[in-house]
Design a binder for this molecule. Sequence first.
Ligand code: HEM
Length: 811
Amino acid sequence: MSDQTASTNPTVDSNESPLIVLNPDGSVTRHLIFPSTSATVDPNHPSRVLTKDVTLNQSNDTWLRIFLPRHVPDSSPPCKLPLVVYYHGGGFIFGSAASTPCHDFCTIIATEIPSVVVSVEYRLAPEHRLPAAYDDCVEVLHWIKTSDDEWLTKFADFSNCYLMGTSAGGNIAYHAGLRAAAKVDDLEPLKIKGLILHHPFFGGMERTGSEMRLANDEILPVRVSDLMWDLGLPIGADRDHEYSNPTVGGGSQLCDRIRTLGWKVMVTGCDGDPLIDRQIELGKMLEDKGVQVVAVLISLFSPLFPSSPGKNSKKLPPGPPTIPIIGNFLWLRKSSFDLEPILRDLREKLGPLITLRIGSRLAIFVGSYSVAHQALVQKASVFSDQPKRLATGQILSINSAAYGPTWRLLRRNLTSEILHPSRVKSYSNARKWVLGILMDRLLNSESQQSQSAEVMVVDHFRYAMFCLLTFLCFGNKLDENQIKQIETAQRRLILSFRRFSVLNFWPKVGKILFRNRWNELIEIRQNREAVLIPLIKARKEVVRQRQHQQQEGKQKEGGEDHGVVAYIDTLVDLELPDEKRKVKDGEIVSLCGAFLTAGTDTTSTTLEWIMANLLKYPRVQAKLYEEISAIVGPPPSPRKLGKEQRVVVTEEELQMMLYLKAVVLEGLRRHPLGHFVLPHSVTEDVELDGYIVPKNATVNFMVAEIGWDPKVWDDPMEFKPERFFSAGVREGEVFDITGSREIKMMPFGAGRRICLGSGLALLHLEYFVANLIWYFEWTAVDDVNLSEKFEFTVVMKNPLRAHISPRTKEE
Ligand code: HEM
């Protein structure tokens, strides 16, 4: 660190709020203080481990926390467990062995391996710069070898010891390891077998590719790691000091010693972390020196520890290693979509049920149609809950409600009041109105100069779906300005959900660390309320007047939409069963927001995917047009007809169009919007395919993998609607999209939580596809590129551009 930096009172900021301030008197104030957990030897405490704190060095104020799995003292004869010496993370500046994240993490290591864990409270910088922490962490090894602590002498296998650390603790484990390797005889009877460097923190003067790419990373931006090095390294040292850059000068000579001792070194990292290139460099350097490097990236892991005698771990579905390598909050910023290639690889190796540990959660992934059927249909009562509501989640919504009376009420209300076939039919005028709007927009789109215009379709599709769903929600044909406002408010919220997901990691800490982001979320929600509440209030007034007129036996004469029941109407008098009160306006906003989200982006994105395939495969489009025109006749010119008299392919006619249905199903199979359904959680320990899924575990279903399974579908990545007439489904027979008998694909989920808008979605898709193909011939602008990208749903990476030309020209 430069002296200059030290004297200018640097603050380490997390992008949004200072975490540490150097005071003029030389002291420091830390603003990042994690909650702490006390050690307990109380046999009645519900923890899975017994823990105790022991002084290491009074003058340095250092100590240790020892973790002993609860079942070990009770087993007979007591078994000896591997010993893990653990160093916490925190950039050398923050953290403690007593902090709850560290305590919880050590609890997992102790119980899952299982092992005796000694977690070290070492001295922190900048009060004690490096190598103070290294000194403390080696001192602990000497303390252990002579200790007469009963837990260690009785239950720890001193000949099977590992040094492990997370982040800065990984750096410490590496340096403590080098020092220990130099003096193994002095440590007898303690025998180190390996080092576990869990997302270790290293640096260097020259930026790596990942540091440059992720310079503004939300968790560890480069300026924060630079300041951590400034405050942690000896005064005058720069980031190429051996403490921070282990590869300078070709690496320490002591690595050769590690090689000859036969220690294994596990280096874990994940892409998306600015430190990943340094972790890979370290792994390579060690490998070049002949050290047994166990793994560098998550997907390549193999177990470091010999298989454990743990009871439950045997029954859990298999996962990468037994140690909780993904128990790092870096993974929380990853969506399931990012994990998909890793999961695909794991499914190949481990089978269709996989366990991953994400944060402190157990996440089970189901990658087979038959196991998905077992869970969602046969054991529906256990697999239909939702994980606990996230801090950034909706206040009240069907999809986030726990499996219980409130969810049941909300679901029943929407199904019977809005999505019931007879009610859906009553919205047919609205569909016709929206089709007119869509046609006009397509025809008048900007580049509509020539006979054959180029159109960017998705914005028009989305706008059309907003027109339709806002009608169902508010009961009015809103004007363009109102619809745009709602669309903007809704999309701001859903498109930023990944940015906000970091706030869920530890809501209390997240709110401090990412204060601006938290305020931004509040602002976006308030903005949505400002847009929706006036509409809700206006509609409530309509409902009140209607009730009043009904009481007086009067029915107002009205236009074609008179008497239409809107979603809000059904919520006004709804009473929540748990709290025995009516739904508040803020909750109506949340329910309506979820309703609009569920019905707009989902349908418009699927529509875009289907149209993309119809452009890519003109043969399919031609066949579809043939079917439509054979039933409906040739289309009129779209320009000639006024909005109200526009002739449309009607909903009754759709029922006769089997190829159309197959095209829509094939679109849903080939391009499921969520490659995973919303995570479920289980309400009790339950057996699934011979394994135990423990209570509260999160269960994810690999929808895309299931719909692309070559055991079920020939050439699964091809777009072939005809397959629905051969894969066990004969012409005229309806394909069971609900999967109640057997799951072959599950774009709408399956079981009790199945999408309750699937009927409406299919109708909307069939209606718009049929009419768009009937009126226009669609051709591709360039080769249609079907690459995917994850937004809120899985969307086209290159939005579809098309030429449209009316099939019937104006005379
Ligand atoms: C192509 C369009 C659509 C697709 C692909 C789709 C897909 C899904 C999926 C995968 C789920 C989660 C199922 C599970 O957790 O197992 C879901 C839930 C849900 N969907 Fe849809 N959906 C679509 C359209 C709609 C529409 C139009 C509505 C209503 C207006 C709707 C309302 C819902 C609701 C309320 C839930 C929550 C169900 C619950 O938790 O009980 N969806 N949808």
